[in-house]
Design a protein around this ligand. Structure first.
Ligand code: MG
Length: 468
């Protein structure tokens, strides 16, 4: 009897320990074209984002967080593979931004975060805008061919399918006419609505994300939740339309904020919060030519489409109650590719060893246990290596404004900015810092050495300055 009791106690303890050490859930929420300056907790004066502000207050807010590209497609490829888009090829002219009839897609040879986590027994779901393949034309581009068990959303941007009734040029206009758009909404492989009702999209995405969490409480899950908004054309649901002091753009961002609130509330209600890492960020900077319907990069220069800071530095908020200490501001550089490597490390999955992975393990930053050594951060615009950052310094070998500057300008002497002192990249200090330039040049050479011959062939480099 005594022995049986001991055995029962031992079994109970063992089961309890297994449960306590269950692999953490991973949730990545990605806004589309949300700028560095578009949230209250990043200084926006009139857009109200109480849920994201609370998420930051309960977790960690990054001030130097980067997407790996200045537009949608390569940025998403990098997040899901942990690699600069040049490595997967999701950045050359044809693939830089996939269109509604594009044949290109994320290559099968890439290992996505979903595939890696699925192999560790995770339930994997993607809700929202995919933009890594249009399966109507290329079935191999479907999210379920890249590690996701479940998918609900639009294959590409909401402006890529103008309806046949749209006035000429409607695709370029931000003014809202629901009837102009013909976006297809899918559940898994099934087309369920065309044109998709764009005004209820955020709400329905959120319903699906909440259901996915509720349905997978019993096992570890990875939810990738890339929103369609605030990419234009902008639509908000009835409850949010006309409510924000910032106008329609504000309505849309405030609805996204409420969506984040619902996801976090679901995690609290299911008692999963303390075993879930949630990360919120954006795929690239604000679409500035959309005028009042485009976002703000705050004090950063330029926006979406450019390798100036405004194109790639984005909000980044990490949340994991009990693991990430509340109310932290993290000023160390980190990026979306790090989410790949960090998630794998957190879950005990192997980081692929047969290829270059550019994302770093940022657990020391998240948990306050140490620092992270990064050689250089590279800024590609399509296949062009435009700039590189080492420490506080960023050198631009080429520059190109997102709009109104048709060709990249090559700089015989790169432009150099100290981002700690001059985050707006106003004051070129290259002439005073030849040693820094040389250090950055060497870091770029080290990066070049990691490219395969095929990748190298794809890259356009500006002539690097002489080593001194
Ligand atoms: Mg985008």
């Amino acid at each position: 009897m005594h022995f049986a009791r001991l055995l029962a106690l031992w079994l109970f303890t063992a089961l309890y320990l297994v449960a306590a050490e269950r692999q953490p859930n991973i949730v990545i929420i990605l806004a589309d074209d949300l700028g560095y300056g578009d949230l209250s907790c990043y200084g926006h004066p009139t857009i109200r984002t109480p849920h994201l502000d609370r998420m930051a207050a309960e977790g960690m807010r990054f001030t130097e967080f980067y997407s790996a590209a200045e537009v949608c497609t390569p940025s998403r490829a990098a997040l899901l593979t942990g690699r600069y888009p040049i490595r997967s090829g999701m950045c050359h002219d044809q693939f830089r931004v996939l269109r509604n009839r594009s044949l290109g897609h994320l290559p099968e040879s890439e290992i996505t975060l979903a595939e890696a986590l699925k192999a560790k027994g995770y339930a994997t779901g993607c809700v929202g805008k995919w933009h890594l393949g249009v399966w109507e034309f290329s079935p191999a581009g479907h999210p379920r061919k890249h590690g996701f068990d479940f998918y609900f959303g639009l294959p590409h941007s909401n402006d890529m399918d103008p309806s046949p009734f749209a006035p000429k040029g409607a695709g370029k206009l931000a003014e809202q006419q629901a009837a102009w758009w013909n976006a297809p909404l899918y559940r898994n492989e099934e087309l369920i609505e065309r044109p998709a009702d764009l005004s209820t999209l955020t709400q329905r995405y959120t319903d699906e994300a909440v259901k996915f969490i509720q349905a997978n409480q019993a096992k570890p899950f990875f939810l990738y939740f890339p929103h369609t908004y605030p990419h234009t054309p902008l639509f908000a649901s009835k409850n949010f339309s006309g409510t924000s002091p910032r106008g329609l753009y504000g309505d849309v961002v405030e609805e996204l904020d409420a969506s984040v609130g619902r996801v976090l509330d679901t995690l609290r209600a299911t008692k999963l919060a303390e075993n879930t890492l949630v990360f919120f960020t954006s795929d690239n900077g604000p679409w500035l030519i959309m005028n009042q319907q485009g976002g703000s990069a705050g004090l950063l220069r330029d926006g979406k489409g450019s390798t100036w800071e405004g194109g790639m530095r984005v909000p980044g908020i990490a949340w994991w109650p009990g693991k990430i200490k509340p109310a932290q501001t993290q000023r160390t550089l980190a990026c979306t590719m790090d989410l790949f490597t960090t998630s794998l490390k957190l879950t005990g999955a192997e980081v692929p060893a047969d290829r270059s992975i550019d994302g770093l393990d940022i657990r020391p930053l998240l948990f306050g246990t140490g620092t992270v050594q990064r050689d250089a951060y590279l800024f590609y615009r399509g296949t062009r290596l435009m700039a590189a950052r080492v420490g506080d310094y960023k050198a631009h070998f080429m520059t190109q404004a997102a709009y109104g500057q048709p060709k990249a300008e090559e700089h015989a002497t790169p432009q150099l900015y100290n981002l700690r002192v001059d985050p707006s990249e106003n004051f070129n200090i290259a002439t005073n810092h030849p040693a820094v330039l040389s250090q950055i040049t060497q870091a770029v050479e080290r990066h070049r050495a990691t490219l395969t011959p095929a990748q190298s062939q794809l890259v356009e480099f500006a002539p690097l300055p002489e080593k001194r």
